[in-house]
Design a protein around this ligand. Structure first.
Ligand SMILES: [Fe+2]
Ligand SMILES: [Fe+2]
Length: 496
């Protein structure tokens, strides 16, 4: 695959600067393509499991996906428009998305591009390296106490004082992964940058004040498409939806740009009326197979866990549970199959002790823990993010929980000593009694490892079945810990 700096860095910078610049030569040199990338889809959506997306200015036609075949000839496929819901109004008025599946070609494919942007076009026959990252956007939260990450700096020491996503993205591209897994939470620019914080987030595209959702197409440019361009060019991406992609937050961009199911369209999060409230939704669970060796295959089962509460049980459990039942079906035990559950909200995440509400334990996300109760036996491991750290939690007799939430969004609490094994297991209250009579609490974790360090995780299969190494790297690509997964257990060793 050819590698070069995509035109997005030029064209999208112009886009963020203002819609008036869209007609400039910089944008038109790429036939209007602002950026393009390749999503992993269910096989029911694309036979090759790959679908290319392009982001273009509104008002022009979709470009072609141009594929070069192994025999030297070229194939041009017209891309189909994905339009945001009309009730997203001015928030998504400036861009459209386009889609086309990577075709199955006997002679193979040697390159694929949309306009000037090269896109990933293949998945390997055997997987050696899967990179995972999540929780990536720059936090701009103008609450009672403003919580403002410094979006203007890409390196530093205090996690709140920089946003390393672009560097993380370059480091991941250098890994040349077979596949990138995104664990959820792209969108963090949920408020206008307060005047007092202009040195940190000035110029950050704000939401539209009167709308009851938080994202805009310019916000997605700033939080996702510009900083993640190197990563998107390097490998296909398998993404799950985070709570920051709830319909009342960044959901419109999620459905326009990243949703791969056909059950819910690009307008699935648009409010019923302009300026009205959005309606919660949930996209169907699906599975992806990654062959490792002859007779050994990884199955990643993706569940939409955008909604639900962190620390307690609500009626959302009833809406969520069918998706874990479907996931259980998808992960039915089979000779040679190793299944991982991929859901943004962890079943057994440990938040800092300071975050626990009165009378509750700091486990997250308890609505998901309840919704998946009794349905986790098929998995070797559960992958989530949501807590902005790198974490491993082992609850007895259950698959190990890995949290990959250190992609760039600032952690609530940066001190590692705040992440401790709670006195009782998940689904218990702070006094040890059950949160609900419907669920006997799980046992107290036997293992907790947490690192507060921006970066990503590289998964490499070991030589034996159900053995993997999870290499924890910082945003410069330097290894800071190595974790070993054997069957349903994982332990980590810090380096340096
Ligand atoms: Fe997050
Ligand atoms: Fe989250």
């Amino acid at each position: 695959m050819t590698r070069r700096i995509p035109s997005i860095l030029v064209a999208a910078a112009a886009l963020v600067g203002g819609a008036a610049l869209l007609g400039t030569p910089a944008a038109q040199a790429g036939n209007g393509v602002v950026t393009a990338y390749t999503l992993v889809t269910p096989t029911s959506v694309s036979k090759t499991k790959l679908q290319v997306r392009a982001v273009i200015p509104a008002g022009i036609n979709c470009p072609n996906l141009v594929v070069k075949k192994g025999n030297g000839s070229t194939m041009s496929l017209s891309m189909k428009m994905r339009s945001p819901g009309v009730t997203t109004g001015a928030a998504f008025a400036s861009t459209r998305a386009c889609k086309a599946n990577i075709p199955k070609i006997n002679a193979g494919i040697t390159s694929a591009r949309v306009g000037p942007v090269s896109v990933p076009f293949s998945l390997p026959a055997r997987y050696d390296k899967i990179v995972m990252l999540g929780d990536t956007g720059c936090r701009v939260d103008d609450g009672t106490t403003p919580d403002i990450q410094d979006c203007s700096k890409t390196s530093g020491t205090n996690p709140a004082d920089y946003w390393p996503l672009s560097r993380n993205s370059v480091a991941i591209a250098k890994e040349k992964p077979d596949l990138t897994v995104f664990t959820g939470d792209f969108f963090y620019r949920e408020d206008a940058c307060p005047t007092a914080f202009e040195a940190r987030c000035g110029g950050s595209p704000p939401p539209i004040d009167s709308f009851r959702f938080n994202d805009t197409d310019y916000g997605w440019m700033a939080d996702v498409f510009i900083p993640m361009a190197p990563l998107f060019e390097a490998a296909p991406i398998l993404a799950v939806r985070g709570n920051h992609e709830q319909c009342d937050r960044g959901g419109n961009g999620w459905f326009l740009f990243f949703e791969v199911s056909t059950a819910l369209g690009p307008d699935a999060c648009a409010p019923p009326t302009l300026g009205g409230a959005t309606v919660p939704n949930i996209s169907p669970s699906w599975a992806f197979d990654a062959p490792i060796t002859n007779g050994r295959s990884l199955r990643i089962v993706a569940v939409d866990s955008a909604y639900g509460r962190n620390f307690d049980i609500t009626s959302w459990v009833d809406t969520q549970r069918p998706q874990y039942e479907a996931a259980q079906q998808l992960s039915t035990a089979k000779q040679g199959r190793e299944s991982w559950l991929l859901a943004h909200r962890p079943m057994f995440g440990v938040e800092p002790i300071e975050e626990a509400a009165t009378g509750l334990l700091p486990y997250t996300s308890i609505d998901q823990t309840a919704a998946s109760y009794g349905l986790l036996g098929n998995y070797q491991m559960i992958i989530g993010s949501h807590v902005h750290v790198s974490q491993v939690v082992k609850v007895p007799n259950l698959p190990v929980q890995m949290v990959v939430g250190n992609g760039g969004s600032k952690p609530d609490i940066a001190s590692e000593s705040s992440y401790q094994i709670p006195a009782y297991g998940p689904l218990a209250k702070a006094d040890g009694t059950a949160l609900s009579p419907s669920y006997t609490p799980y046992g107290k974790p036997s293992y907790l490892w947490t690192k507060v360090k921006y970066g990503y995780t590289v998964m490499k299969p070991g030589s034996k079945a159900k053995q993997w190494t999870a290499i924890q790297r910082d945003y410069t690509g330097k290894t800071f810990a190595t974790c070993s997964l054997v069957k349903k257990d994982m332990t980590c060793t810090n380096s340096g």
